[in-house]
Design a protein around this ligand. Structure first.
Ligand code: ADP
Ligand code: MG
Length: 358
């Protein structure tokens, strides 16, 4: 039997920057997906998810995405992509266990893909370059699951390092890690409200970003500085300007954030997180009253350094950077006051910044 593990992740700064060819800062967390499995010695492939209490059996020589057991498409997509790459894989059986909530924005999907990839490496005895492994997992999600995700989730799960943030340049597809000063933890708080808006909102934001870039004559908003954006302000439709202001600001905050981490200044880093949320609220309009409430309450609690919405927005979760010794008290106070203020029940996940897949 072989065991493989891959963590979930949280986006720390760099909101919606991926499709604008920009920068993202993320961290792997100490929750993830564990796969235990072995070769079957034939094309026969069986997966069992403990969380879903479901099994799925198929043959590795005729893999097709299936609608009934959509969850199985994540591991089978990895198997399919590996086969297409000519890697020496065949049928296997695996048990899937997870400490990540499904669909809560902590990237259980990438953790499932990356843990599958690591398990296949171990079972069939080969080792991939880590960036190639991350890209093949993204391809599995793009092509086999049919979700048009960027590279951040897979990169974070692969390159995570305890106590370090991960810096991804989405244009160059380069990855670096930067140490986080000691004594801090992350609190991820799901607002407890289902996503209100569909993918339509997301696509509209993308289009507005692309529109702003093309009006400024650049390939992507990555190529625009805030000074250039201000100079072009009058020539842009109001919404294109606002969306661009968010992306340009986020890219600058990521670069500044990396410098602040290097200098050990978590306080100033936290201030960037608050600024990021404010820009989401005002410029990108991808926050909600519930996410705003979580950030506003967090701001008042002792030990909190910064807080912002994380991921796509329009619902989902916030990430709060805080002093480790106050973490439990902050989590309790935040959930309590949020319930008083909104009537919703938040789900809090106190996380350490952890190592990547193994
Ligand atoms: P996120 O990646 O933020 O958790 P996604 O919607 O991208 O949200 O991925 C969630 C999907 O991944 C689930 O609906 C399920 O299909 C699959 N998945 C994640 N974890 C598991 C698991 N432990 N067992 C089976 N499927 C899982
Ligand atoms: Mg996902």
């Amino acid at each position: 039997m072989h065991t493989a593990y891959a963590p979930g992740r949280v986006e720390l700064l760099g909101n919606h920057t991926d499709y604008n060819q920009g920068y993202v800062l993320s961290a792997a967390i100490d929750r993830g997906v564990t796969l235990v499995g072995e070769a079957t010695g034939s094309p026969s492939t069986t997966l069992h998810s403990v969380a879903l209490e479901q099994s799925y059996e198929t043959s590795s020589d005729r893999l097709v995405p299936n609608e009934e057991h959509e969850w199985a498409n994540y591991p089978l997509g990895v198997l399919d992509v590996f086969q297409k790459e000519g890697l020496p894989v065949c049928g296997f059986r695996a048990e899937i266990e997870s400490t990540l909530p499904l669909g809560a924005g902590l990237s259980s999907s990438a953790a499932l893909e990356v843990s599958t990839a690591k398990l296949l490496e171990k079972i069939f005895g080969f080792t991939l370059d880590p960036l190639r492994l991350a890209k093949l997992c993204r391809r599995a999600e793009n092509e086999f699951v049919g979700v048009n995700c960027g590279l951040l989730d897979q990169v974070s799960s692969v390159f995570g390092k305890a106590g370090h943030a991960i810096f991804l340049d989405c244009r160059r597809e380069t990855v670096e890690t930067t140490p986080f000063p000691a004594g801090v933890a992350l609190l991820i708080t799901h607002c407890g409200v289902a996503h209100r808006l569909s993918g339509g909102e997301y696509n509209e934001r993308r289009e507005q970003c692309f529109d702003a870039a093309s009006r400024m004559g650049v390939e992507a908003l990555r190529d625009v500085s805030s000074a250039q954006l201000e100079a072009a302000r009058e020539s842009l439709p109001r919404l294109s300007y606002l969306r661009a202001a968010h992306i340009v600001g986020e890219n600058e905050r990521v670069l500044q954030g990396v410098e602040l981490l290097r200098a050990g200044d978590v306080k100033a880093f936290g201030a960037l997180m608050f600024a990021s949320h404010e820009s989401s609220r005002v410029n990108f309009e991808n926050s909600t009253p519930e996410l705003d409430a979580l950030v506003e309450i967090a701001r008042t609690l002792p030990g909190v350094l910064g807080s912002r919405l994380t991921g796509g927005g329009f619902g989902g979760a916030t990430v709060t950077l805080l002093e480790s010794d106050k973490a439990t008290a902050v989590a309790e106070a935040l959930a309590g006051r949020y319930h008083e203020k909104t009537g919703f029940t938040a789900h809090t996940y106190l996380c350490a910044i952890a190592d990547g897949a193994r």
